[in-house]
Design a protein around this ligand. Structure first.
Ligand code: BG6
Length: 484
């Protein structure tokens, strides 16, 4: 279904995110007839560039992100007509914003300002939009992560943006929420009768959330070294996954109903002090090793700085102090340069209360939700191994593989999220209080780590992370799911 015609201004219009994600996402939505020819996309950046040169840059970006079978020059030529470019130094005075303003109709169609710039510029851009009289009730603003680097800086950004836009006009992106399999988490939980009755401390032993990457710094050393895995991945993506697994059923799919349930989880997370940081968390940094058979340097060599103690891996035993989850560990881990790229959630159920099969009945049921790659839902059940011998029990999965069941192309997260911005649907975007609550929890942990003052543990690139990560679970008599 096509969305209503819109106008989109991308600040940071020549940047990496715009080229890798935003323009290809818009092009794919256009190919699927979701964007009509009366919409406009205006890239905006500091460099001088003609409209034609911008369209050429966009063409190259879109070719790189589109399969040969989807690409046609005709489709590109008509999409390119939607594109425009405006040179603008965002620190320039009001009169220099006029050319951009004159490109917009500022009527009642959605006018979206996408801030694909450094977060340090968000407040200034919003203030300038207001000064230039470019904010109406039809305006929307999209903010990329990271929103701040701690609670105070996030609150400052939020104050500045909220001084210009109403909360209902602010779309804070966490691209994990746009992934098909992440959206499926709510469907899995709330539209199947099977799971909800057992979705609590009474039947679940623990939960594991892993987001492992085999990539390294990918040219983002400057940003990453100031951020580290906790700020880069846990504060946003992993906590969002945790919320979707742990939240109470919302009353409806209304954005605020969902966000209100998520924030209750964030507020119930047990906060860190130094003692808890020591016993419940692991920080790691990759050393040289082999990733997919290719030798890669260690983090410090990648960075060219021998003294950084930034973590590229983190494992956390998190706990949620509420009725549903009290006492149930949520083991979270993420890292760069790990063995393989995989994001998955494991719900480990408890053993049966009394096994009549003796030790054969151990290795209890688990639900494995594979988010990427090889998207799948696997429910491991016990069955009897066929044969006349003794009664042998095996744990085998009921396997729901996306690839086997759906042959359609999975849209990139940004395709879904951009269309939701146009539709004004905030359900998959973070509310101010969510971002800030996540920072409060992360801030405590960072302060505790600073107090403990311990260098991150080494792990070999291409491994599962530091040994201490395995020990974190081993101490509880558990281990990380090895995949199947
Ligand atoms: C980004 C992080 O938010 O997410 C990156 O800044 C990370 O460091 C990326 O690589 C992972 O996203 P995806 O979609 O590839 O899992």
């Amino acid at each position: 279904i096509p969305v209503e015609p819109f106008e989109l201004v991308i600040f940071g219009g020549t940047g990496d995110l715009t080229r890798r994600k935003l323009l290809p996402a818009l092009f794919h939505r256009y190919l699927d007839d979701q964007i009509t020819d009366d919409s406009r996309i205006i890239g905006c950046a500091r460099s001088e560039m003609s409209r034609e040169a911008y369209a050429e840059m966009a063409r190259e970006a879109c070719i790189a992100a589109t399969s040969d079978s989807d690409w046609t020059d005709d489709a590109w030529d008509s999409f390119a007509k939607l594109l425009d470019y405006q040179q603008l130094d965002i620190s320039a005075p009001k009169k220099e914003w006029k050319p951009l303003r004159s490109k917009l109709s500022l009527d009642d169609r959605a006018c979206i300002y996408y801030l694909a710039t450094a977060p340090a510029l968000y407040v200034q851009i919003c203030a300038s939009l207001k000064k230039a009289e470019m904010v109406t009730s039809a305006s929307r603003v999209v903010l990329e992560k990271p929103i701040g680097r701690d609670f105070d800086s996030a609150a400052k950004i939020n104050d500045g943006v909220c001084a210009v836009f109403d909360e209902s006009q602010i779309f804070r992106i966490d691209h994990y929420l746009g992934k098909e399999t992440v959206q499926n988490l709510m469907v899995l939980r709330f539209s199947n009768t099977l799971f909800e009755p057992v979705w609590s401390r009474h039947h679940i032993d623990h939960v594991q959330i892993t987001v492992a990457e085999n990539l390294g710094l990918e040219g983002r050393a400057g940003y990453y070294d100031k951020s580290g895995a906790l700020r880069d991945m846990v504060q946003n993506h992993i906590l969002q996954l945790l919320c979707l697994i742990a939240m109470e059923p919302p009353n409806s799919m209304d954005a605020d109903e969902i966000r209100t349930e998520k924030i209750k989880v964030l507020r119930a997370l047990v906060r860190f002090d130094e003692e808890r940081a020591r016993t419940h968390t692991v920080r790691g940094q990759y050393a040289e090793g082999l990733v997919n058979g290719t030798p890669v340097p260690g983090y410090l060599d990648d960075l060219g700085e021998p003294n950084s103690s930034t973590e590229t891996f983190v494992a956390i035993k998190a706990e949620i102090d509420n009725w549903r989850w009290a006492g149930i560990p949520f083991y979270l881990r993420t890292g760069k340069r790990m063995k393989r790229r995989t994001s998955e959630i494991v719900i480990q159920f408890k053993n049966v209360a009394h096994s009549i099969f003796g030790s054969n009945g151990e290795d209890a049921n688990k639900l494995v939700i594979k988010l990427q790659p090889d998207e799948a839902v696997r429910l491991f059940l016990h069955i009897k191994e066929p044969g006349p011998g003794g009664l042998r029990i095996k744990s085998l999965p009921l396997n729901l593989s996306y690839a086997e069941n759906f042959t359609v192309r999975y849209p990139d997260a940004y395709e879904r999220l951009l269309m939701d911005v146009v539709r004004g649907n905030l359900a998959l975007f973070m509310r101010r209080d969510e971002v800030e609550a996540a920072w409060r929890w992360v801030d405590d942990l960072i302060a505790a780590w600073e107090g403990v003052d311990k260098k991150p543990d080494d792990y070999t690139a291409g491994s599962d992370g530091p040994v201490s990560s395995a020990m974190l679970l081993d101490r509880d008599g558990r281990s990380w799911w090895q995949g199947q």
